[in-house]
Design a protein around this ligand. Structure first.
Ligand code: ATP
Ligand code: PRP
Length: 343
C-alpha cells in the first residue's frame, strides 16, 4: 500500500470544521420552540493525491524532531502563514530574522523558514520532512525524485502556470501554437530556438516531449521577459499569473505551451514518513486541518430558533425551502425554557 493511500485510509476528512456564519431567524406560530441547525453547501474541494513511486532508501538523519519547511520570503510566505492560521496552526516565530519557529499545536515539530527551492532540496537531502511550496518548485527542483510525495496538491493559493511565451512580432507574428513553433524551418542544429528560463529541467523535458529538437537554453534569475527584446533569446519559459508582464513586453502564450499549472502544495519525504517517528501522525494532523478548512470554504452552518408544534412540523417547513434545507436536511432539537421547564 502506498503511503498516501495509507493517509487516506487513516483520515476520513472532517466534513465542516468551521462555522463561517451564524444567522438566526425566528418564526412566530404555535407554542413549541425548537433550535434548528442546517448546513448549506456551496462548494467542496477535491484533493487528489499523486504518489511518485520508487524504492529509494536514503538514510534518515539522526535527529528526533520533525521539520516543516515554509517559504521564508517572497509571494508564498505570508499566504502560507495565513493558511496555517486559518487551520488554527499558529506559527510562533521569535523574530523575523530567526529561521526557526514552532507551532504549539504540533508537538515535536520545528518550522524552518527557507527559500522555496531550498525547501525542496532539503526534503530530498533529508534535512526537512515536510514542506509547503509551489508545485512548479517541487517539479523543477525535485526533478522526479520519487522520495517526494505530494500529500496535498491543491492548497488554493499561489496559482500560476509555467508557460512558454514568444514575441508577438517578427517571425512569430503568425505562430499561435506549439505545433506551429516546432514546424518553423528556422530551427536547426546550427541555429536552435533559444529559450531563456529559470526552469531548465522542466523546459528541457517539455521541449523533448513535444518534438522540439533544436533548442538551446540560457538561464537568468529574473526579468526573463526582457530577453527576446534584448536579442538574447527567441522565447522564454516563465511563470505567468495575470499575464501583465508578458503583455507589457510584447510576448504571447501559445496553444499547447503551458508546461504546468501550479498552486501551493504540501510535500513530504517518503523516507521520513516511513522511518521517522511521529511524521506520519503529524502529517495526518496537518492534512486533516487543511482539508477541513478548504472544504469549509463556501459552506455555512446556520443555527436558529423556530417555533412549531413539533420537530417534524418544523422539519417539513424547512425542507419545503430548498435554499434552507441544507446538504442532508436540518438537525432539529427542542429548546427547554429555564422559567417553567417546558419546551
Ligand atoms: N506571478 C507569479 N510569478 C512567480 N511566482 C508565482 C506567481 N504567482 C504565484 N507564484 C508562486 O510563488 C512562487 C515564487 O515565489 P517567489 O518568486 O517569491 O520566491 P522564490 O522562488 O524564492 O523566487 P526567487 O528565488 O526567484 O526570488 C512560485 O514558485 C510560484 O509557485
Ligand atoms: O503574469 P504576471 O502576473 O505578470 O506575473 C508574472 C511575473 O511574475 C514573476 O516575476 P516576479 O514579479 O516574481 O519578478 P522576477 O522577474 O524578479 O522573478 C514571473 O517571473 C513573471 O515575470
Amino acid at each position: 500500500m502506498s503511503v498516501a493511500n495509507l493517509f487516506f485510509q487513516q483520515c476520513p476528512f472532517a466534513s465542516v470544521a468551521s462555522l463561517s456564519s451564524l444567522s438566526p431567524f425566528s418564526h412566530s406560530g404555535p407554542s413549541l420552540r425548537v433550535s434548528v441547525k442546517f448546513t448549506v453547501s456551496c462548494s467542496s474541494l477535491a484533493s487528489p493525491v499523486t504518489v511518485l513511486d520508487r524504492n529509494v532508501e536514503k538514510k534518515v538523519a539522526e535527529r528526533n524532531e520533525i521539520r516543516l519547511g515554509l517559504p521564508s520570503k517572497g509571494r508564498m510566505a505570508s499566504d502560507t502563514l495565513d493558511l496555517l492560521k486559518d487551520c488554527q496552526l499558529s506559527v510562533r516565530q521569535v523574530n523575523t530574522r530567526q529561521y526557526v519557529a514552532e507551532i504549539p499545536q504540533l508537538s515535536n515539530l520545528e518550522v524552518w523558514f527557507q527559500r522555496p527551492k531550498d525547501i525542496v532540496r532539503k526534503l530530498v537531502s533529508g534535512d526537512l520532512d515536510l514542506g509547503i511550496v509551489g508545485l512548479d518548485t517541487v517539479t523543477e527542483y525535485g526533478q522526479g525524485d520519487e522520495d517526494l510525495i505530494l500529500v496535498h496538491d491543491a492548497l488554493d493559493y499561489g496559482d500560476c502556470r509555467l508557460s512558454l511565451a514568444i514575441p508577438k512580432y517578427g517571425i512569430f507574428e503568425n505562430i499561435n501554437s506549439l505545433r506551429e513553433l516546432a514546424q518553423m524551418p528556422q530551427w536547426t542544429s546550427e541555429k536552435p530556438l533559444r529559450v531563456a528560463t529559470g526552469f531548465s529541467y522542466m523546459a528541457r523535458k517539455f521541449m523533448r516531449e513535444n518534438g522540439l529538437k533544436h533548442v538551446s537554453f540560457s538561464t537568468a534569475d529574473g526579468a526573463l521577459e526582457a530577453a527576446p527584446a534584448m536579442g538574447i533569446a527567441d522565447a522564454i519559459v516563465d511563470l505567468v499569473s495575470s499575464g501583465t508582464t508578458l503583455r507589457e513586453n510584447n510576448l504571447k502564450e501559445i496553444e499547447g505551451g503551458v508546461i504546468v499549472e501550479s498552486q501551493a502544495v504540501l510535500v513530504a519525504s517518503r523516507k521520513s514518513l516511513i522511518h521517522r517517528k511521529g511524521v506520519l501522525d503529524t502529517t495526518h494532523e496537518i492534512l486533516e486541518r487543511l482539508e477541513a478548512h478548504l472544504r469549509a470554504i463556501g459552506q455555512l452552518m446556520v443555527t436558529a430558533n423556530m417555533r412549531g408544534s413539533s420537530a417534524e412540523e418544523v422539519a417539513e417547513r424547512l425542507l419545503s425551502h430548498t435554499s434552507l434545507s441544507g446538504l442532508q436536511g436540518p438537525t432539529i432539537s427542542p429548546v427547554f425554557c429555564k422559567s417553567d421547564g417546558r419546551e
